[in-house]
Write a protein that binds this ligand. Structure first.
Ligand SMILES: Cc1ncc(C[n+]2csc(CCOP(=O)(O)OP(=O)(O)O)c2C)c(N)n1
Length: 671
């Protein structure tokens, strides 16, 4: 056990490095980082189990940071652990540095998740804890890792904490330990100005084991961590009453702790704190603050040696287990390979003319049998979004039993999305989650993070258009498709479309959509499905689907190209019949993904959308959804207002989504 004096010295070292990095960058957040240093130091020097030589080791404990603005604390801690250099800290927030303004996922350097939008980080941890339970139920003690999370006032206030807290408590995630850095200060106010809730009782009511401690006291932190580790029923919350900006003093040497102004400004700009005096106060050299104290270096060298030994013991146990369970071990390797699972798609027999949500259920039912590490979730709509196709072949998680593979997330779309992202970040599992497309609005902040982190979560969104009908405009997505397709236009840092968005036009296309989703291990995928039945397309070979757009049928020398995604393709086909009777030559195109289509060679694009030929697009979303494809020499029939409450066939008539209107509009276009 390390002496309290040494632990305090190490925490002061973190405070110095964090404050110095922010000072040098001339921007950043020192106050919270300085207050949280004691917890993270005890965690990393005595508890967190990982392999210094093999950062991606599947059996490692994970540390999820929620307040990404506390990046200087994490970087400083990881610098002590040898994952960053002092020079890296000096480059905080600079172009191409490995120390960006908020931490970005980098397993090699010990960063499990990108954080910044408050509330999401700790919800990822809940997802990771569920994934760990799922894997433990299959592989036993080789999956014994603990998931740690660090949350601040901002994260506790974010609404998502309700969903995360409820789920973790309900599912009894005793492998989750969260530290709440309660410094009573936030960005522009003190916490007491915006909240008077009793956080401890709130988490207790959700079924958590809650301890409240002095959060800058290493001995209290250690005692609390020991108790949390021993807990066998509930997730743990350690509320640490900490001091914002611990150690900050003025030029006169008086305390300048507990001040809002140190939340987001270098000490020299905090309106009272003195950088030099603070570094001195913390036992550092203001002339050369970027230094690791020799005794702290030794502390972390010793810990690294211990960790190597601990990891080796785990590896020995693993090899023993592998020897005794070769098949299971091969499955384990496969799950953690991150590669697309092998799926026999010929086993999937679709019923022609089904709604694409129903066709999705057919696929999910088969995936439940073929993909042992798939986890599907629904936000209380499993029988409507048809994720129940999967559920019928398995069972939902319950406290103490994670042998199933379905998460009933309750009515909490953002939580569900973040939990699925967290499962994916953990590794070893393939998560998917479903709800109505209109509620993708509730999930967008998480979708953006999934895209940024490049995690292959599958988002299943059904009830894709106004054909929800009687439920009325609140439930009818209009602008959602245009919104989510922006993510296809946005590139990730690997130069790829940050998301794959697919809206299939019939049951067979739905199988193809799922196929692309399962093969896509590089980005998240959106699958947008219809509520209503759709006639089968007159297509024999659906391979063109994987190019993002393809010709469904064509006449020689077409005068006009008709294009759409989803059920509007069938409406175009019906309109095409009427137009052909007038001798008009056509090419009908299904475009499940504009982003994917625009990634194809020019020659292919020109074949599907020949230059100089007029185009007519139809979309149940905003017209702008198709603008990029139709161009200025064409016309688009879209829905440019909110929807209305009526049976969907009436809406089709009233809103012009009929064969007759296609005929009329195309005739007008051709003049
Ligand atoms: C979703 C979201 N909203 C707003 C912000 C901007 N923001 C960053 S930190 C912060 C306040 C954080 O207070 P606290 O969590 O107590 O951190 P501390 O002041 O202790 O560093 C806010 C509002 C954000 N990062 N994410």
């Amino acid at each position: 056990m390390n002496s309290t004096q040494l632990l305090n010295r190490a925490a002061d070292n973190i405070r110095i490095l964090a404050a110095a990095a922010v000072e040098k960058a001339k921007s950043g957040h020192p106050g919270g980082a300085m207050g949280g240093a004691d917890f993270i130091n005890v965690l990393f020097s005595e508890y967190l189990v990982y392999d210094p030589e093999n950062p991606a080791w599947e059996g490692r404990d994970r540390f999820f940071l929620d307040p990404g603005h506390m990046a200087p604390m994490l970087y400083a801690q990881l610098c002590l652990a040898g994952k960053f250099s002092l020079e890296d800290l000096q480059n905080l927030r600079q172009w191409e540095s490995v120390t960006p303004g908020h931490p970005e996922r980098c397993i090699e350097r010990g960063i499990e998740n990108t954080s910044g939008p408050l509330g999401q980080g700790h919800t990822f941890a809940v997802g990771a804890a569920i994934a760990a339970k799922f894997l433990k139920a299959r592989f036993g003690k080789v999956m014994n890792q603990t998931i740690y999370a660090f949350i601040s006032d901002g994260g506790v206030q974010e609404e998502i904490s309700q969903g995360a807290g409820r789920l973790a408590g309900h599912l009894g995630l005793d492998n989750l330990i969260m530290f709440y850095d309660s410094n009573r200060i936030q960005l522009s106010t003190e916490c007491r100005e915006v909240t008077s809730e009793d956080v401890a009782r709130k988490y207790e009511a959700w079924g958590w084991f809650v301890q409240t401690i002095p959060g800058n006291d290493p001995e209290a932190i250690r005692r609390a961590l020991d108790k949390a580790k021993a807990e066998q029923e509930r997730p743990s919350l350690i509320i640490g009453n900490t001091t914002m900006g611990k150690g900050i003093v003025t030029a006169e040497g008086e305390s300048f702790e507990g001040k809002c102004s140190t939340h987001g400004a270098p000490l020299s700009k905090s309106g009272g704190g003195s950088f030099e005096k603070t570094i001195e106060n913390l036992g550092g050299n203001p002339e050369a603050p970027f230094a690791i104290f020799p005794e702290v270096k030794k502390l972390y060298e010793n810990r690294a040696a211990e960790l190597r030994q601990i990891a080796n013991e785990h590896y020995q146990e693993f090899y023993e287990w592998q020897k005794q369970n070769p098949e299971l071990a091969a499955t384990y390797e496969r799950y953690f390979s991150g590669e697309a699972p092998e799926i026999d798609w010929t086993k999937i027999q679709q019923k022609p003319g089904a709604a694409t949500r129903g066709a999705s259920a057919v696929v999910l039912s088969s995936l439940a049998e073929q993909v042992g590490n798939m986890i599907v979730a629904s936000a209380d709509l499993s029988n409507s979004d048809k994720t129940d196709g999967f559920l019928k072949k398995t069972h939902a998680f319950v406290k103490g039993d994670f042998s199933g593979a379905f998460l009933q997330a309750g009515v909490a779309e953002l939580t569900m999305a973040c939990v699925c992202i967290g499962m994916s970040l953990h590794g070893g599992v393939i998560p998917a989650c479903g709800t109505f497309f209109v509620f993708s609005d509730y999930m967008k902040p998480a979708v953006r993070m999934a895209a940024l982190m490049e995690v292959p979560v599958k988002f299943i969104w059904t009830h894709d258009a106004f054909r929800v009908g009687e439920d009325g405009p609140t439930h009818e997505p209009v602008e959602q498709e245009a919104q989510i397709r922006l993510m296809e236009k946005l590139q990730n840092h690997h130069g790829k479309n940050s998301m794959l968005v697919l809206r299939p036009a019939d049951a067979e296309e739905t199988t193809m959509a799922w196929r692309l989703a399962m093969e896509n291990t590089a980005t998240p995928t959106a699958l947008i499905f219809s509520r209503q039945d759709i006639p089968a397309l007159p297509v024999q070979n659906f391979e063109g689907f994987s190019k993002g757009a393809y010709i469904v049928n064509k006449d020689e020398n077409p005068e006009v190209v008709l294009l759409a995604s989803g059920s509007e393709v069938s409406t175009l086909l019906a309109g095409a019949e009427l137009l052909r009777k007038d001798g008009i030559r056509l090419q009908v195109v299904s475009v499940p993904s504009e982003g994917l289509f625009r990634s194809q060679p020019q020659a292919y694009q020109a074949e599907v959308l020949p230059r100089g030929v007029k185009r007519f697009g139809m979309t149940a979303g905003l017209s702008c959804t198709l603008e990029g494809l139709v161009g200025e020499n064409g016309a688009i029939w879209g829905l440019n207002s909110f929807g209305f409450s009526a049976p969907y066939k009436v809406l089709d008539e009233k809103l012009g989504f009929t064969a007759e209107n296609v005929y009329k509009q195309v005739k007008a276009l051709l003049g």
